[in-house]
Design a protein around this ligand. Structure first.
Ligand code: ADP
Ligand code: MG
Length: 495
């Protein structure tokens, strides 16, 4: 397959995209990063009922680190094969906004080791080849509250329920000294795949439910363009707080085209923070980008450095579940499943759990179980089949007790609410495959005798007629004859 690189055609030639994502996921924990208030942020909870004095920044209140959030960050770090910093610090990032009563956000500052260092997540590129996207860092920080502008015609309100909830910010890496285009995101589709990989990973770990619609996963999208083949990176812009895969892809493409037009008409792109308008699908300049100095970071004097021990890391490592990527690889390598089947079976922990219970360690069951799950079972999501029942059904087919056709009849009876396991149902209705070659041969003889004209046709060379005879024999035996035996005996008698 020819490998095709994602580029955008301009008036002066082809342009490549360089994309960096800063993804925030809300960390799953009982309480907030530095306060005891519930971190179960959800918009239906009445405003300010889950905010403590710490979250409201009352004078003299002291933050106390929630170690569970740290464990969650470590969990993510280990899953992306990252270095975990044994010592990192929390700093105050100063800015003013009404939803930030402290006047600063407690975060882990740039230029200092964050709790999670360099790691990677694997995606497939636009040609279907595996690609490791490098991650520069993941750090813990506080979420802000929410301004409410829609409750009163002339007043605004602030809800602090979300204030202080832990966020894990995951930043992709762009190695400007040693650029390798196989290590960063270069197309809108890759951006989506990377975000889905982040989502799938934090969900499998129980680190976050990472729900974009609910705002528990949000991304800042950095985009720059350069002429195909160019060595240096150009200036990027950043579109903040994106909460939909579709909008992110649109924004990347629109922003890239906007920059290309600027360059091609002789202008320069400035490092701005952009706003994306969902209705028009356009990005526009919101403000010029602030840099780290603007925030006057300094170590938070109320918090000790975050120290992580080897024992803590090993305890967490031992508790990690299998990651979806590793599980997919195991399904294709050990069970001979297609990439597509493996991907579908690992979409959720429930699905892969069902699959594994149904095959119960037997490789030969993998394909038929996968086929049943991805066809019959997924067509009837309301039907809760027991994994053991599917195992029994598949085993009955493989030993020849029933045909695939009979299995489907049994399945339909189960769907209709008939009680009992597949074998019981088969016995109750006498749905057994007939493997008695003597009886099958007799049925074949009867069919051939009753269809002399068709037999003559077959013998004159129309071997495609075989299916007709098979159908007749199946009819004669009430659908119970073993189809393989029917085929074999028919061929024998016709030749
Ligand atoms: P800041 O500190 O301003 O947020 P970072 O260095 O942390 O900037 O980078 C933020 C994101 O932008 C990272 O994912 C990084 O890979 C990406 N990025 C940096 N330079 C570029 C560029 N020239 N083009 C596209 N993305 C970039
Ligand atoms: Mg940043």
């Amino acid at each position: 397959m020819a490998t095709q690189k994602y580029t955008i055609k301009g008036k002066t030639g082809d342009w490549e995209l360089v994309i960096g994502l800063e993804t925030h996921v809300e960390v799953h924990s009982n309480s907030k990063l530095f306060s005891g208030a519930s971190a179960d942020y959800n918009p239906s909870v009445p405003a300010n009922t889950q905010a403590s004095f710490v979250d409201a920044a009352m004078p003299g209140m002291l933050p106390a680190l929630n170690r569970e959030c740290v464990d969650q960050a470590i969990r993510f770090g280990l899953a992306i094969n990252a270095e975990i910093s044994r010592k990192s610090i929390f700093a105050r990032k100063q800015y003013f906004y009404p939803d930030l009563p402290q006047g600063y956000q407690i975060s882990q500052p740039p230029g200092k080791p964050p709790v999670v260092g360099r790691g990677w997540l694997e995606i497939t590129d636009d040609n279907g080849a595996p690609k490791k996207i490098l991650i520069e860092r993941a750090h813990l920080e506080q979420d802000a509250g929410k301004n409410k502008h829609d409750m009163h015609p002339s007043k605004s309100f602030v809800d602090l329920n979300r204030s202080g909830v832990a966020l894990l910010e995951i930043v992709t890496f762009l190695d400007t000294k040693n650029p390798d285009e196989n290590s960063y995101i270069t197309s809108p589709d890759e951006a989506e795949k990377y975000l889905r990989a982040v989502q799938e990973t934090v969900r499998a770990l129980g680190v976050s439910n990472a729900n974009m619609e609910e705002g528990s996963m949000r991304a800042d999208v950095n985009v720059s363009v350069r002429k195909a083949g160019e060595k240096e990176f150009r200036t990027r812009t950043e579109t903040k707080n994106m909460v939909s895969f579709k909008f992110i892809k649109n924004a990347i493409e629109f922003e890239a085209r906007r920059q290309i037009e600027i360059y091609e008409s002789g202008g320069t792109v400035s490092q701005d923070t952009m706003r994306y308008d969902q209705n028009s699908g356009k990005t526009s300049v919101q403000r010029s980008k602030e840099d780290a100095l603007d925030y006057r970071y300094f170590p938070d004097p109320d918090l000790l450095p975050l120290v992580i021990t080897d024992e803590q890391i090993e305890r967490i490592r031992a508790s990690l579940p299998e990651m979806p990527g590793a599980r997919r690889a195991r399904y294709t390598a050990d069970f001979g499943l297609s990439e597509y089947d493996a991907a579908r079976l690992t979409e959720s922990v429930e699905t892969s759990g069902f699959f594994e219970e149904a095959i119960d360690g037997k490789k030969e069951r993998a394909k038929p179980v996968a086929n049943w799950m991805l066809s019959e079972l997924s067509a009837h999501p309301e039907f809760e089949m027991k994994p053991g029942d599917l195992r029994e059904l598949v085993d009955m087919i493989s030993v020849g007790d029933i045909s695939g056709k009979i299995a489907k009849d049994i399945f339909i009876k189960m769907l209709d609410g008939e009680p009992g396991a597949p074998r019981e149902i088969a016995e109750r209705h006498n749905l057994k495959q007939n493997n008695d070659t003597g009886a099958i041969a007799a049925a074949v003889d009867a069919v051939l005798a009753a269809n002399a004209a068709q037999v003559a046709e077959y013998k004159s060379g129309k071997t495609g007629m075989l299916g007709f005879f098979v159908g007749q024999v199946m009819k004669q035996t009430g659908g119970t004859a073993n189809p393989a035996a029917v085929n074999e005996i028919l061929k024998e008698k016709l030749n």
